[in-house]
Design a protein around this ligand. Structure first.
Ligand SMILES: [Zn+2]
Ligand SMILES: [Zn+2]
Length: 85
């Protein structure tokens, strides 16, 4: 990211605070994904890491372009298939 000189001190502080919050949140979400994956792996539900399987049900492919999987048996969110990060 290019350093910017045209920001006020308040604006710089706001960005720095946001950066810290988002960084912390992304770390939490990544660990959440890892936990979800580890649970499935521990019960021999192993998947291709590139596949779009659902963490919440046995659906193995996200269907559709809406916010929810179009499969009748699933219907979970896109995040449920891809993870947060
Ligand atoms: Zn699905
Ligand atoms: Zn599902």
């Amino acid at each position: 990211m290019e350093p910017r000189d045209d920001l006020t001190e308040d604006q710089k502080k706001a960005y720095a605070a946001n950066e810290a919050d988002f960084d912390g949140l992304e770390k939490q979400l990544r660990s959440f994904d890892e936990t979800a994956n580890a649970r499935l792996t521990a019960t021999a539900r192993r998947f291709d890491p590139d596949a779009q399987y659902c963490y919440r049900c046995p659906c193995d492919q996200y269907e559709g372009i809406e916010h929810r999987c179009a499969r009748d048996t699933c219907g979970h969110s896109r995040i449920s298939h891809h993870g947060f990060i």
